[in-house]
Design a protein around this ligand. Structure first.
Ligand code: TRP
Length: 337
């Protein structure tokens, strides 16, 4: 194969179960990438503490839930190295060195973090850790000498910061050999799937998510609740496609886009009821989620085995970053003993 094998670093904050937005936005591509490249996936529990320090139980449960979601979608823990961030203290150590090679002003200017602070209503009480989490993320990436970071468009400032930090570190300590990375942004910017309310991106905090672990009944209920076109009162009425969640999901999930185009035309002309379109979508979603849910249930029956897999992944990750940290310390001249 002609494609170069890259080192990929990606991950999630383990604050709850993953949803369909995660599936189309990142999980699906990770399942493919793991066959072509060397892939590391972190459960960013330290990062999650930035706004959840009082809710460790939630993070602890999140670690298991996200690992189950990974296994359920087909992430193979022998191909991908999945690990827990705080159990690799070398990463936190690297972050603390990084904090001293980049200006606070540079970190503060991050537009994504500013938006997150606003959206999460953290303006008054944002922790120092939350503000500098992009530095932690830079350490996540640099510790593995990762070259490729699959992210949505909103995370591109994180990659720029990572490369600024890596550049600053290598200049300051010329014997250091940290490497820069590239963002792998999916076609269309990787903007996340809209929530079932049609108001915003799918997210747990907005209560508009369809979870990978949802039961067939929950899926059915959520499809019925989906926002369509409030003006479309009678079947004969012409309906709107723009902002109609059901059609935007069909765009993403329906393999037969020709039929989707016909359905859209019919809907816009009038004479096509929401129920018919929703039924088609529900069948598609049930079909996609059934094998995922089944696998999830199988793994969930033995949480100890999942924790063991995480333990092994974490050990492999730690083995991998320890030489990088030794090298950084040598380059810095703090190899005292
Ligand atoms: N910020 C990511 C999220 O919110 C998780 C994450 C932490 C990450 N460190 C990373 C992603 C490094 C990519 C690279 O889910």
């Amino acid at each position: 194969m002609a494609t170069k094998r890259e080192i990929i670093l990606t991950g999630d904050r383990p604050t709850g179960k993953l949803h369909l937005g995660h599936y189309v936005g990142s999980l699906k591509s990770r399942v493919e990438l793991q066959h072509q490249h060397e892939q590391f996936i972190l459960l960013a529990d330290l990062q999650a503490m930035g706004d959840n320090a009082g809710e460790i139980e939630k993070i602890r449960q999140g670690v298991l839930d996200v690992a189950l979601d990974y296994l359920a979608v087909g992430i193979d823990f022998s191909l991908s190295t999945v690990y827990v961030q705080t159990a690799v203290p070398e990463i936190t150590e690297l972050m603390s060195f990084f904090l001293n090679v980049i200006g606070f002003g540079r970190v503060e200017r991050n537009p994504t973090v500013k938006t997150e602070i606003r959206q999460r209503g953290l303006d008054d009480g944002v922790t120092a850790g939350f503000v500098v989490y992009p530095v932690s993320q830079a350490a996540d990436i640099a510790a593995f000498k990762a070259t490729l970071v699959p992210v949505g468009e909103d995370q591109v400032p994180m990659i720029e910061l990572t490369n600024d930090i890596v550049g600053a570190f290598n200049r300051l300590y010329p014997e250091s050999t940290l490497v820069e990375c590239r963002a792998l942004v999916p076609k269309g910017g990787g903007s996340r799937l809209v929530g079932i309310d049609g108001k915003a991106k799918m997210s747990k905090s907005l209560g508009n998510a369809l979870y990978l672990a949802d039961s067939p009944n929950e899926i059915s209920k959520k499809v019925k609740q989906m926002y369509t076109d409030p003006q479309h009162l009678r079947v004969e009425d012409p309906g709107h496609i723009e902002g109609n969640v059901v059609f935007s999901y069909l765009d993403v999930f329906d393999p037969n886009q020709e039929e989707v185009a016909e359905l859209k035309a019919h809907y816009q002309r009038g004479g096509l009821g929401d129920g018919v379109v929703k039924k088609r979508l529900e069948e598609l979603l049930q079909e996609i989620l059934r094998p995922i849910r089944t696998r999830r249930e199988q793994y969930a029956a033995d949480p100890g085995a999942v924790i063991e897999l995480l333990k092994q992944g974490t050990a492999r990750a730690r083995e991998r970053v320890t030489p990088t940290l030794d090298e950084c310390k040598r380059a810095m001249g703090i190899n005292y003993f």
